[in-house]
Design a binder for this molecule. Sequence first.
Ligand SMILES: NC(=O)c1ccc[n+]([C@@H]2O[C@H](COP(=O)([O-])OP(=O)(O)OC[C@H]3O[C@@H](n4cnc5c(N)ncnc54)[C@H](O)[C@@H]3O)[C@@H](O)[C@H]2O)c1
Ligand SMILES: [Zn+2]
Length: 368
Amino acid sequence: MHILTVNLGDRSYPIYLGEGLLSRTGELLKKAGSGKKVGIVSNQTVADLYLDPVQESLTRSGFRVIPIFVPEGEEHKNLKSLSDIFDRLIGERFDRSSSLIALGGGVIGDLAGFAAATFLRGIPYIQIPTTLLAQVDASVGGKTGVNHQEGKNLIGAFYQPRLVLIDLEVLRTLPRTEFVAGLAEVIKYGIIEDPQLFALLEANLEDLLSLNRGLLEKAVAASCTIKARVVEKDEHEEDYRSVLNFGHTIGHALESLTGYDQFLHGEAVAIGMAQAATISRREGLCDDKSLERILHLIKGAGLPTDLPSGIRLEELANKMEVDKKSVGGKIKFVLCAGIGKTRFHWLSAEDIIARLASIQKKVESENR
Ligand SMILES: NC(=O)c1ccc[n+]([C@@H]2O[C@H](COP(=O)([O-])OP(=O)(O)OC[C@H]3O[C@@H](n4cnc5c(N)ncnc54)[C@H](O)[C@@H]3O)[C@@H](O)[C@H]2O)c1
Ligand SMILES: [Zn+2]
């Protein structure tokens, strides 16, 4: 078992990473000092697979367990589900010493985390992420929240978990498309911070895609370490944490424009990263060889790199989120300066699509 730490003073917490950890939940939670009453927020799919070992382990350690189900899907990461969770917690007389476990992907993690952040002004919570995306990204760093019909993640809070328990075995039941989408975020960490991780992915992509145990552990541990270090530097995304948005300005806009049903998040981010890297090359920040490696790795993972044909760039621009701290409607766009280094450029949405348009023109002329 790997133990990583997110160092945030009195809100520091461990990330336990290994195989077969679900059946050690009780012991690890005890160590973290939780009260006796524990709610497990999950959905039917994940609960059918993994509730039993978690619940048994907790019961063995003397906890009283209350499973709380929410319906499956991003569309249920909303105020209604939150309110249903509160009803259960009140009905079961949860107090401030009780805790919540998020057992599931990022949807469950964000929802349960926000419930924990706000119930009785905050009760402890534990992340047990069961998708690759949640293991390397959503479960670490304390962003919690729900969607509003007007937009994703509009309601939320920064609230750190007490511990994160990553059992790599659960990835064996994850649909391959979900695994590959999560891999996009792992590739992102390599590009923004870690040439060694990038090279590891390049050299072992096939083995990783077949869920080789040792490689999975290395890739997830390296990713969580990077996420932890970034969050330690800038917990509330005042400055440096936006480096994690590499590929996301274009990726988020594309998800929004296509109504969130054409691409998984990681797929849209893969396209965003490929486009951002190409822009970086054109700005003279990224060399040809690095760009080639980035595109090759993304494609090799089975992820897309091109914007879908038929996308209207002006419409894409309308979906780009302007940075809250910007003056004059600029976006803090993350570019890469080779592999492992980034630069922020303040660009307007129009600046970005002008660059995308010129990339598209070049591709078209090459294809002719
Ligand atoms: N808080 C953050 O920092 C952060 C970061 C990135 C993404 N997110 C959020 O995460 C969400 C996306 O998370 P996701 O990609 O994990 O999707 P998800 O939670 O919707 O899970 C994807 C699907 O896989 C199923 N599933 C989960 N684990 C499984 C397993 N082990 N075996 C089989 N099926 C399994 C789920 O039931 C679901 O159908 C979005 O809401 C996004 O906003 C949050
Ligand atoms: Zn992402």
